[in-house]
Write a protein that binds this ligand. Structure first.
Ligand SMILES: [Fe+2]
Ligand SMILES: [Fe+2]
Length: 144
């Protein structure tokens, strides 16, 4: 990949990471999530992971000589826990796809790959945790 293509791809990922932070903030404030202290703490930790990803990407873009975006990937606001969780699971799946694709394309760039592989591992874990949340929310006969 050319340097400009790498910077462009990282900026696209960065805007999606910003979007992911907002999705978790939205999820956390929904009553069914906010009432459970452990669940709320888990969601905060997932939002912090996304912030850490955003920081890593922005730092890397700067070190490659690029300018990091201030764009936040848009998403439609959902009103129920179920819908919000389904939306988050979809966005985690998209992140897994995006990072896997980039890792493949960056075969000759071990440092960049290493960073993306670490992010990819987090995204896979996020998908697992949010799927568990969806299962337990469905079991509780949710309450929107
Ligand atoms: Fe992320
Ligand atoms: Fe994630």
């Amino acid at each position: 990949m050319k340097l400009t293509e790498i910077i462009e791809a990282f900026n696209e990922n960065l805007s999606k990471e910003y979007g992911a932070i907002l999705l978790y903030i939205e999820l956390r404030k929904l009553p069914l999530m906010a009432r459970n202290v452990k669940t709320a703490a888990l969601i905060s930790s997932l939002a912090e992971d996304e912030m850490h990803h955003a920081e890593m990407l922005a730092d890397r873009i700067a070190s490659l000589g690029g300018e990091s975006t201030w764009q936040i990937a848009p998403f439609e606001r959902k009103s129920t826990v179920r819908e919000t969780l389904m939306q988050i699971i979809e966005s985690e799946e998209q992140a897994i796809e995006d990072y896997s694709y980039l890792i493949e394309r960056l075969a000759g760039q071990p440092k960049l790959r290493e960073m993306l592989i670490a992010i990819l591992e987090d995204e896979r874990r996020h998908k697992g945790r949010t799927e568990e949340l969806l299962k337990s929310a469905s079991g509780r006969k949710a309450n929107p």
